[in-house]
Write a protein that binds this ligand. Structure first.
Ligand code: SPV
Ligand code: MG
Length: 431
């Protein structure tokens, strides 16, 4: 009997999958791989069924001889083990990022005479509806809120990108890249105070009030499913912060990061060029504890951000604050720096990890941007936030377009740099 292999990356079996199985049966015995959560989230949506449930679901399909665990997007391990005569898949993998997977399979099976079978991809109204329903579920507060904790357990490092609107949210949600035979996408979104304020033409001094910041969150949530980390600035007065925690948690935000500054907050990247006051350890610990006390679920995280390195108060101060904040209940630590070199950040992480192996560490490599995600993860970092790059890339592009239209008194000269209207329209899905 010939062996036919297919890999399912889904949490619902619909007619498209059954069609693949039925086609596969014509060629031999059917082996189905179920992609693990860690592999699935690299290029697909977050699963709504557990891995065990997905395995059971596939086992129950008539005609499936055996279910295999596939723990990588690429097929190397599974093909080496099974040596299938055929690998069958929907023909949607012939284009776009999925092509990298097809290429990988082709390279692996051709040498021993294996063949690929591309079956027409089923994407009818029914399948579309099932897909949309799952995404709607993922966007619901009770599913979205806990996702950051789930990702922390699954990813070597949670890759987070700044968003400040529905459109930037869509970019965070949908951008998948194929590079060097690997697929990747962002895991989470950061609602930056700097970029949220900048998008409104306002300075980053806690001037944009919470009602307006929540409006931004809502715009993003309307069109995305990924978890949100909210930049809560200083958290404001403790008496106000407790209300913010309640609201964020109810909305389905996964985490708030508050920084240990007090008084008129200025953006950290000004460093010591402007006057900024660090809060006392005692006050800030009280704020963290008060926030933790009012929280209603175990899903939500309050992450304490330490400004000691920004304000040049030294490593010892940063570390002692980190341990105190964790003791006060912080679910994570963000350490910030405006140095070009990542050295002080990595030193902090190493020293923190000597005493605390588990509390998540968050970093924002805006200044020390040469550091890679792998290096950060190797020093114990769990979340990396690209805090302002979308805003900073859009602004010069828009400004140049405005200048050129003024210069040429028409728009033809700029057109070749613009996204075609057709692509803009397809970015935004209609119900
Ligand atoms: C933000 O994005 O608003 C931040 C990070 O707080 S930073 O601008 O680097 O201070
Ligand atoms: Mg900020």
């Amino acid at each position: 009997m010939k062996k036919v292999y297919t890999c399912f990356c889904t949490d619902v079996i619909h007619e498209g999958h059954l069609n693949i199985i039925n086609e596969a049966k014509k060629y031999g015995e059917v082996y189905v791989g179920v992609l693990t959560d860690a592999a699935m989230i690299k290029f697909n949506r977050f699963p709504v069924a557990t891995f065990e449930e997905r395995v059971e679901m596939v086992k129950a399909i008539e005609g499936v001889k055996e279910v295999l665990i596939q723990d990588e997007i690429m097929y190397d391990k599974v093909i080496e083990k099974l040596k299938p005569d055929y690998v069958i898949h929907g023909d949607n993998w012939k284009d776009g990022e999925l092509k990298a997977i097809r290429n990988n399979v082709e390279k692996l099976i051709t040498p021993y005479g294996g063949k690929i079978i591309d079956v027409p991809y089923t994407y009818n109204e029914n399948v579309k509806r099932i897909d949309a329903r799952i995404r709607e579920k993922l966007a619901m507060p009770e599913y979205r809120r806990k996702r950051l904790k789930q990702l922390l357990a699954l990813c070597p490092i949670v890759k987070t990108i700044e968003v400040h609107s529905g459109l930037t949210g869509l970019i965070a949600e949908k951008t998948i890249v194929e590079h060097d035979g690997e697929l990747d996408q962002f895991d989470a979104m950061w609602i930056s105070s700097l970029c949220d304020s900048t998008a409104k033409g306002k300075p980053d001094i806690e001037l944009v009030d919470m009602t307006s910041r929540f409006r931004t969150i809502d715009d993003v949530m309307e069109v995305t499913t990924k978890p949100i980390i909210f930049d809560g600035d200083t958290g404001g007065l403790t008496e106000h912060f407790v209300y913010t925690v309640r609201s964020l948690e109810r909305m389905g935000v996964s985490a708030v990061i508050i920084e240990d500054k007090t008084g008129l907050k200025k953006n950290s990247l000004f460093g010591t060029a402007v006057e900024q006051t660090q809060d006392t350890i005692e006050n800030f610990c009280e704020k963290i504890s008060a926030g933790k006390k009012v929280q209603l679920t175990d899903d939500f995280m309050i992450i304490a951000r330490i400004e000691s390195l920004i304000l040049e108060r030294g490593m010892e101060d940063a570390l002692s604050r980190a341990f105190a904040y964790v003791k006060a209940g912080a679910d994570g630590i963000m350490i910030h720096s405006r140095k070009k070199s990542p050295a002080e950040i990595l030193e902090f992480c190493d020293k923190f990890r000597m005493e605390d192996k588990t509390t998540p560490i968050v970093v924002v490599p805006t200044s020390f941007n040469s550091v890679t995600e792998a290096e950060l993860a190797a020093h114990g970092v769990n979340i990396v936030i690209y805090a302002n790059q979308l805003t900073r890339s859009a602004f010069p592009a828009m400004e140049q377009t405005a200048k050129d239209i003024l210069k040429y008194h028409r728009a033809q000269e700029v057109d070749s740099r613009l996204m075609p209207i057709k692509d803009i329209i397809s970015l935004i899905e209609e119900l």
